[in-house]
Design a protein around this ligand. Structure first.
Ligand code: HQG
Length: 210
């Protein structure tokens, strides 16, 4: 992740300069702190709100100010503008901010119902995983494991990147999302290039060559 700057005209932007007007704007948050704060915020909103000192409502929302308080308690350098900048510039759309409240867009292990609106879903989606998971996936399909949902990607490249969190040479699967939905299995878009569903039975999966 690159540093975050604040452009007078375009607000928080990630990178060396504003991608729109190319202005050289002041740095709000350096790269290291951005990564640490982003991981803490997504971890707290997805997995450990109690430990972070706030509650999620049934749809996963928490007051923005309480998230800032949690960030300040964790990192003495953290300020509201840093939290706002991380949320606004997240490359994967990990966060949703709606006025005074904020939530994680996906990835939860805590029980929430994200009430996703119906957005178009591509006919084919992808999933990257460790090769050693494949025997069990062929047998049982994709299961949510430690999370509430199975997470799918919009492109092979993104799936490979997700899989590389689990193995150096990940296996990539294509998922027949069109048939899943025709069969009544719901798939929704969450974040920029992430789709979630309850599970993917083996008949909708096809292994792609590495
Ligand atoms: C595997 C990141 C054996 C599954 C990503 C995966 C994503 C099975 C692992 C989001 C299985 C779970 C989630 C079965 C599934 N047998 N293994 N039957 N079914 N698995 O981390 O999808 O950067 O919980 O293949 O981009 O890797 O954090 O899920 O390898 O969107 O925003 O069980 O997290 O987003 O691993 O990643 P994870 P994931 P962020």
């Amino acid at each position: 992740m690159t540093e975050i700057r604040e452009c007078d005209a375009h607000g928080y932007v990630a990178g060396d300069s504003c991608p729109v007007c190319l202005a050289d704007s002041p740095v709000v948050l350096g790269s290291d702190r951005r990564v640490r704060l982003s991981k803490f915020l997504s971890g707290a909103l997805r997995h450990f709100p109690d430990d972070a000192g706030f509650e999620l409502d049934d749809q996963g929302w928490t007051p923005y100010d309480e998230l800032v308080d949690a960030a300040v308690a964790k990192y003495d350098w953290a300020r509201s503008e840093h939290v706002a900048a991380v949320i606004a510039t997240d490359p994967k759309g990990r966060f949703e901010r709606d006025g005074d409240r904020v939530r994680a867009a996906y990835g939860h292990s805590v029980d929430v119902d994200l009430d996703a609106e119906a957005t178009p879903v591509p006919d084919e989606l992808y999933h990257g995983t460790a090769p050693e998971n494949m025997a069990s996936i062929r047998e049982d399909g994709l299961q949510p494991m430690g999370r509430q949902k199975v997470h799918l990607s919009g492109s092979v490249a993104e799936a490979r990147s997700v899989g590389s969190r689990h193995a150096a040479d990940p296996a990539v699967l294509a998922i027949d999302a069109a048939t899943m939905q025709a069969d009544g299995l719901r798939v929704v878009k969450r974040g920029r290039e992430t789709y979630t569903t309850d599970r993917v039975p083996p008949k909708y999966l096809q292994e792609l060559d590495g």
